[in-house]
Design a protein around this ligand. Structure first.
Ligand code: SIN
Ligand code: CO
Length: 394
């Protein structure tokens, strides 16, 4: 945290966090010198044709925006205009490229001065001259790293964030440019949430534009509240929160209206619900930590893991010492104290073994040496069979 990084305009990560993160934009020339990108336009289009990849083609034609969702096939690309202008253009956007490309996963590791719990994904876009997704704002922090080609970025200081009604994507009704920069390969722009921006691909007869968006999720408070209530519901169903017994009314007296829910019934139920001790639960760091670990490590609904080929536990125990372990590119692993969350599953570790799992979570790989903890071995084996982790080297 104390070493200045070219990636952050020669600031230390601590300085970047204090001065820019969630506060103001930062242009970083040559954040990654010699960065040309991680995949070709054809490879990106290939990914967009895969069933488990989330991709969109956004087109702008005669003043109207449209968006089509993947998976795509060759015909979808053949239909796109070859000659583009600012009035007639398109762009391809592919989400979670880090789930498929080792180089993309490695690129994200460079941003690990931001907690993994905040990381969303690496989105890669391709656009011919004039292409882009129009003026808009995002609800999350993003580092926009330029790959091949160039992109003109405009940012605005406007507070009016009214969107065009009925558009298939979020486009700002009006946009006042405050600053603009032409980004070339290796340049990067950090934008805090809700800052209006507009990127326009510029290809000067050379290479078309590819932009790498390293996005950090910022869950809505409402989403967290709803999910937390769902988490509590699961806990209640498992009886973990212990409100035993059934509704009882031995003191029932005759009611004038049989259909009326009486004050007595309401207060009895209130008193029973109070036994849940809501305030205590909310102040219980362990419970909220368990919720966050489970929820934030949960894979998105479209993510599928490929199971590893079955080997015996004894073979597994031997191989991990020789080859090491690595998280699957799609895996999300977080921890709170010595409880580890991998893709929504939790495992509480004996303290002596926690360092191994901490390394696996932080670095996405680890080298188990002389593993003595049988419970941990069994858990690693189960995660291996599920395809959440793999043997590192063959
Ligand atoms: C893009 O890469 O075209 C869009 C990135 C963004 O504006 O968030
Ligand atoms: Co954006």
């Amino acid at each position: 945290m104390n070493t200045p990084k070219a990636l952050l305009n020669h600031l230390t990560p601590a300085q970047f966090l204090a001065e820019y993160w969630e506060k103001k934009p930062l242009l970083i020339k040559q954040a990654i010198p010699n960065f040309k990108g991680l995949l070709t336009p054809d490879e990106l289009a290939g990914l967009a044709c895969e069933a488990d990849v989330q991709a969109r083609i956004v087109t702008f034609k005669k003043g109207k925006w449209s968006a089509k969702h993947g998976p795509f096939d060759e015909d979808d690309f053949a239909k796109l205009p070859e000659k583009t202008t600012p009035e007639n253009n398109w762009t391809l956007l592919v989400q979670s490229v880090n789930h498929f490309l080792p180089e993309a996963a490695a690129l994200l590791q460079q941003f690990d001065f931001i907690p993994h719990a905040r990381l969303d994904d690496l989105m890669v876009s391709y656009a011919p001259n004039g292409g882009g997704v129009g003026p808009h704002f995002d609800s999350y922090d993003v580092f926009l790293l330029q790959g091949q080609g160039k992109r003109l970025w405009r940012i605005s200081e406007q507070t009016d964030l009214t969107l065009v009604e009925g558009a298939p994507l979020r486009i700002l009704k009006q946009f006042d440019t405050a600053q603009e920069w032409l980004l070339e390969a290796g340049d990067m722009l950090y934008l805090p949430p809700h800052l209006a921006h507009w990127g326009i691909a510029v290809s000067d007869g050379a290479q078309d534009c590819m932009t790498y968006s390293i996005g950090f999720r910022a869950p809505k408070n409402q989403e967290l509240a709803t999910e937390f209530l769902g988490f509590l519901q699961d806990k209640l169903n498992q009886d973990a929160l212990q409100i035993a017994g059934i509704y009882q009314d031995p003191d029932l007296t005759l009611q004038t209206h049989a259909a009326e829910i009486s004050k007595e019934m309401i207060s009895k139920v209130s008193a029973n619900l109070e036994k849940l001790q809501w305030q205590k639960m909310l102040n219980d760091g362990a419970l909220v930590g368990e919720f966050l670990g489970t929820y934030l490590s949960e894979p998105k609904s479209h993510v599928v893991f490929e199971k590893n080929k079955k080997i015996s536990l004894a073979q597994f125990a031997e191989k991990i010492q020789l080859q090491g372990l690595a998280l699957d590119f799609k895996s999300q692993m977080l921890f709170v104290n010595a409880t580890f969350y991998l893709n929504g599953e939790s495992f509480t570790c004996a303290n002596a073994s926690a360092n191994l799992l901490k390394t696996l979570a932080d670095k996405r790989e680890c080298m188990p040496n002389n593993l003595q903890d049988d419970r941990l071995l069994m858990q690693l084996y189960a995660w291996y069979l599920a395809g959440f982790i793999h043997l590192k080297s063959a």
